[in-house]
Design a protein around this ligand. Structure first.
Ligand code: NCD
Ligand code: ZN
Ligand code: ZN
Length: 362
């Protein structure tokens, strides 16, 4: 392989950009800048914000602020609400990348714990449109039962255990329309790292054992795992140092270099990295790469991950101090250079909504 490679239109389908009431953690401007610095063309933003993206006014507000600030392309998820917001589904479905359903407790107020309520959301979400689920442990089987009944294309976010991989491998061989995402932190860290990382190693799902981690890598090799998603979830260092720290870690700027380093070490073929961060996520969300949209990466550049080089507002990484090889040199979107290896060159608001075809409510 040459030192300089070109990766077409990278998409991270799982980020928490924060913004609005959580702008102290990250703004749409700062976190889409982090996306470009990480090599991404586009990101899909999760609905567990205050206000949660579960009704048309909250969606409209997020679309407006994100539209004004974003420097990369983007889409947003609508959230399934425990208060029952299914009446909005037909009107919003065209304007979002999918429905996100939280089935276990995590950051934010969204949680559907009751199986009957989960079924109500599966039944109401327009046919053929994607649902992304946060499901851990036995909840994976509960959701699979709904996929079996409704045949909804369902993306399982941040899968982290050997048991979950086994369930999803079986579901795939049964022909269910499921896809699987894993995160870089579950691929590169284990529960042993929590001892040194403390709260900086706290996220949902929690870090797991070495055997679980091996199952994720094996899932990549066997094609059970479709995408690597960063689950970029910035919290401030002050919040992480508090007695009850929130769950979540940033990841947009470290995912690609970590995967390329693993490829260099022979843990996966370089072509597989490109599938996991660009080809498969685009396919799952039905997105075509725009013309002249790509990332140039220097595979010879070896460097240390340091907080002062990060664009994310939170300013830390669980991978600080790690040596990686493979540096994002340039990002191009629709024939314009938007990142030069250090600085963002795109104007605020130049990023496009990839799901913006639907009518506005206002
Ligand atoms: C995420 C967050 O902080 O928004 N936290 C996390 O630990 N991953 C929510 C989530 O993805 O579950
Ligand atoms: Zn989650
Ligand atoms: Zn998440």
């Amino acid at each position: 392989m040459p030192d300089l490679i070109r990766i077409p239109a990278m998409l991270d389908p799982h980020v928490h950009l924060r913004g609005m009431e959580w702008s102290h953690k990250g703004t749409f401007a700062s976190e889409t800048a982090a996306a470009l610095a990480g090599g991404y063309w586009a990101v899909l933003d999760m609905p567990n914000t205050p206000p949660p993206t579960v009704d048309p006014p909250a969606l409209e507000r997020k679309l407006a602020v994100l539209g004004a600030e974003a420097v990369c392309d983007w889409g947003v998820y609508f959230g399934a609400s425990q208060d029952g917001n299914t009446a909005h589904y037909p009107a919003v479905a065209e304007r979002v990348c999918g429905l996100k359903m939280y089935n276990n407790a995590t950051t934010g107020s969204l949680l559907i714990a009751d199986q009957g309520a989960r079924e109500m959301h599966f039944r109401a979400w327009p046919r053929g449109r994607l649902i992304a689920v946060h499901a851990e442990g036995e909840t994976v089987a509960d959701i699979l039962a709904l996929v079996r009944r409704y045949r909804t294309p369902t993306h399982f976010c941040h899968i982290s255990t050997a048991d979950e991989i086994a369930l999803l491998a079986a579901a795939k061989s049964d022909g269910l329309p499921v896809t699987v995402g894993v995160t870089p932190h579950h691929l590169f860290l284990t529960d042993e790292d929590v001892r040194t990382l403390g709260a900086l190693g706290r996220m949902k799902p929690e870090l797991k054992t070495r055997a679980d981690q091996d199952a994720l890598w094996d899932g990549i090799a066997r094609g059970v795992v479709d995408v690597v998603e960063s689950d970029h979830a910035p919290h401030t260092l002050d919040e992480k140092r508090a007695p009850e720290p929130p769950s979540g870690v940033p990841g947009l700027e470290t995912t690609l270099p970590l995967l390329l380093t693993a490829a260099r070490e022979g843990r996966l073929p370089p072509e597989r990295v490109i599938e996991l961060v660009a080809l498969h996520p685009r396919k799952i969300f039905g997105l075509r790469a725009p013309d002249d949209t790509y990332t140039l990466v220097d595979l010879a550049d070896r460097y240390e991950i340091r907080r002062e080089n990060l664009h994310t507002l939170c300013g830390w990484s669980p991978f600080e101090g790690w040596m990686v090889q493979g540096r994002v040199r340039e990002v191009w979107i629709r024939g314009r250079r938007v990142f030069d290896g250090e600085r963002v060159l795109a104007a605020p608001g130049s990023g496009r909504n990839l799901f913006g075809a639907g009518e506005s409510f206002v």
